[in-house]
Write a protein that binds this ligand. Structure first.
Ligand SMILES: Cc1ncc(COP(=O)(O)O)c(C=O)c1O
Length: 472
């Protein structure tokens, strides 16, 4: 490992990309995800569906910052809200009130009253994982218990608490013993059913298997004499995000919630990636007709501008008598720039019919990627979508065995920025997810036109033909 001190550089004046990369290699931590791509990529500008690299090449973005920028990069309406707040109330310690915070909490609270018939309150923070941490406190405080269920393939962030309920051991391996690690339950990933069943006639076998845990105290979850579970809550993503945009069958969440309600176990719905119309409804869970006890959100709330996240919890879990002042706090938690943008974003969501828009465009996009699946069955094993959350599962020639290597090749090739977009040079930004890292999780911009959807599919087709010439 080199500890050499390099020549001093004039910081702030480095424009050469090679020099910047050298500085990055030496001075930036590699502990984030930048080095998933080698070499890492610089971008200079963004607008709408597109990122632009330092040479001005456009990259059509099909993942929009993991759905954090759903409403388009440099969205003018949200940018204007941010600029106005910069001029009026750019900062304020979170111990004081400002109007936008209160209005935003009331908007979300009222929306949930109308959607679920439940009253509740909102607690803000800055990142998704931090809001997850807050929700864990709310659960522990309400139930006096630490243990929770979560899904295999689930992702809730990388702080210590969020890592403990995120299934991937890779994220925990280096960081000691997680005594309060969740108990991970198989998600209804029907294309690869963990029980080897078929969705058409399984009768929701997976829910029955989960329910079996409570048959007797000797299954280790339930004391029938006390009528009490050792587990306080079940953390769910209605549609798994990092897990590969896996969509559960209708009826699944209803059946699961019934099991939880009968055992007095809370359902915490993580909407950080799928919330705010990504899956065709304000909250993705609305597609499955259940009322969660707690909702955690972040990302697209500010369209990726000043970060803001939050937890909504049912009144009895978060009322001041049970969750009193000081129960949780962070310096930037309800920062005025974040609340101003978020308030404008939620107003925009109320004014525009995003439900119609995302379902219409998503259905068209899904149809087009199903064409790809039909054309390239030796490459595309599965496609699915709900709203504008879409998945393309890359498989070997048998159409089922995950092909991670090809997925990585397609991803890296898209980032080279040399595809032919009807005569124009272009790149394609994809994101890889899934249990076997063989799924393109598509979270396109809501503003994308049908023509741009067609262009996206043309670019995907070019990538498939380039990277798997022997299977087309
Ligand atoms: C479902 C889900 N929960 C939690 C998180 C963590 O959010 P953040 O990265 O803002 O901490 C993410 C991020 O990708 C997510 O997709």
């Amino acid at each position: 490992m080199s500890t050499e001190i390099s020549e001093p550089v004039q910081l702030g004046r480095v424009t050469d990309e090679r020099e910047l990369l050298e500085l990055e290699r030496k001075y930036c931590s590699w502990g984030d995800t930048v080095h998933y791509l080698d070499p890492p990529k610089f971008f200079e500008r963004c607008e709408g569906n597109y990122l632009y690299d330092r040479e001005g090449v456009a990259y059509l973005d099909l993942q929009m910052w993991y759905s954090a920028a759903s409403f388009g990069y440099a969205n003018p309406r949200l940018g204007a809200a941010l600029k106005a707040q910069v001029d009026r109330l750019p900062q304020l310690a979170c111990q004081y009130l400002h109007a936008e915070k209160v209005e935003l909490a009331a908007l979300i609270g009222r929306l949930n009253e109308s959607k679920f018939g439940l009253s509740g309150r909102v607690h803000f923070n800055v990142g998704g994982a931090q809001a997850i941490e807050d929700s864990l406190k709310i659960v522990r405080n309400a139930k006096g218990k630490n243990l929770v269920f979560a899904f295999q393939g689930g992702y809730h962030g990388r702080t210590l608490g969020a890592s403990a309920i995120t299934s991937s051991y890779r994220y925990r391996r280096r960081f000691g013993h997680f005594s309060d690690r969740a108990h991970f339950v198989p998600f209804p990933y029907c294309f690869r059913c963990p029980y080897g069943k078929r969705k058409e006639d399984c009768g929701l076998y997976c829910v029955k298997e989960f329910e079996r845990n409570f048959d007797t105290e000797y299954n280790s979850f339930w004391d029938p004499k006390a009528g009490e579970s050792e587990f306080a809550a079940f953390y769910v993503e209605a549609i798994q995000g990092t897990g590969g945009y896996v969509i559960p069958p209708q009826g699944y969440f209803k059946a699961l919630k019934k099991v939880l309600d009968e055992r007095n176990i809370l359902m915490v719905d993580d909407e950080i990636q799928m919330g705010f119309y990504r899956a065709g409804k304000f909250w993705a869970i609305e597609n499955f007709e259940v009322e969660p006890d707690i909702i955690v959100f972040g990302k697209a709330l500010t369209n990726g501008l000043n970060p803001l996240s939050g937890v909504w919890a049912r009144e009895e879990l978060i009322a001041p008598e049970v969750f009193p002042p000081g129960s949780t706090h962070s310096t930037f938690s309800s920062n005025t720039l974040g609340t101003a943008v978020a308030l404008e974003a939620v107003r925009m969501m109320e004014e525009e019919n995003y439900e119609e828009l995302t379902n219409r465009k998503g259905a068209y996009f899904l149809e087009r990627i199903r064409d790809l699946q039909r054309l390239y069955p030796k490459v595309v094993g599965d496609t699915d979508g709900m709203g504008m959350a879409l998945r393309i599962e890359i498989c070997q020639a048998d159409g089922f065995t995950p092909d991670r290597e090809l997925t990585d090749r397609i991803f890296a090739e898209g980032m080279r920025g040399d595809l032919d977009a009807r005569g124009r040079r272009m790149g394609l930004v994809l994101d890889v997810g899934g249990y076997y890292k063989n799924v393109f999780t598509l979270a396109p911009c809501f503003e994308m036109s049908e023509e741009e959807i067609d262009l996206s599919v043309e670019l995907l087709e070019q990538l498939i033909r380039r990277c798997a010439p022997d299977r087309v």
